[in-house]
Design a protein around this ligand. Sequence first.
Ligand SMILES: Nc1ncnc2c1ncn2[C@@H]1O[C@H](COP(=O)(O)OP(=O)(O)OP(=O)(O)O)[C@@H](O)[C@H]1O
Ligand SMILES: CC(C)(CO)[C@@H](O)C(=O)NCCC(=O)O
Ligand SMILES: [K+]
Length: 252
Amino acid sequence: MLLAVNIGNTNMRFAVFQDQKETITWTINSKPYRTEDELFAKFSSMYRPFGIDGSEITDIVIGSVVPALTISVQNALMKIHGFEPMIVDRNTPSPVKHSSNQMGTDLYANAIAAHGGSYKGKKIVIDFGTALTFLGIDEQGQVGGVVIAPGINTALKSLVGETAQLPEIELIRPQSVLGMNTEACMQSGMVYGYLSMIEGMIDRINQEVGEKCFVISTGGLGGVYAPLTNKIDTDDRLHTIKGLKLLYEMNR
Ligand SMILES: Nc1ncnc2c1ncn2[C@@H]1O[C@H](COP(=O)(O)OP(=O)(O)OP(=O)(O)O)[C@@H](O)[C@H]1O
Ligand SMILES: CC(C)(CO)[C@@H](O)C(=O)NCCC(=O)O
Ligand SMILES: [K+]
């Protein structure tokens, strides 16, 4: 069985791909950064609650956008499983072409899963993580470019943290765009505001590439925003981690 790990700035997402059965997935906070020993202790007890027998894991792939965690996670997993997990990044060979020497592994994995999936034509991948990213890729696997904006929780935390009178809110759609109480006003800004950005960016990217792209969303809040717009064609919270799996299979 293959274990794939996507180390993000907020969460480390784990997924175990089983042959016939459903994929099992869970997350562990990335922060505070833990030592290798702490990670080893934490990881040692993480399989059982999910009904996984750790000894059945024969392959491990790690993708990371947090350099401070990459090697510690690799070493902790190596101590548990007795073999070296493969670390992949933007330079790991694949049919996806890009010219960036900075592209985060999650963005590269998003491109690979979009190109390797059954989607047709040009694609946009929107990742609702710590950062909100858009990636455009054409039918030949050429990455057209990326957009990086503050993630929704990141923006909300900053807004609440920098103000005296604004409270934490739940990210749900308010009754109307114009609100009459603080909570509804903020929900409008966060939900309709970001939705407007997302729809507007999709339109702009489509215009720039001269085609109506197929739009895939992933990341923590994809499941909240995708149902609110018909411009997102599908939401798959495992999209990034499926890209890591494909990268592993192409390079093992
Ligand atoms: N209904 C919801 N309301 C508010 N936040 C939510 C909701 N559903 C998911 N989230 C957020 O999504 C996060 C899980 O997302 P995920 O595992 O993709 O990592 P991430 O935080 O998106 O980013 P990164 O990949 O950068 O670590 C949770 O920590 C939570 O903050
Ligand atoms: C943009 C994020 C933070 C999204 O997780 C990550 O992909 C990253 O740190 N990237 C490095 C910079 C770049 O992709 O150009
Ligand atoms: K930073």
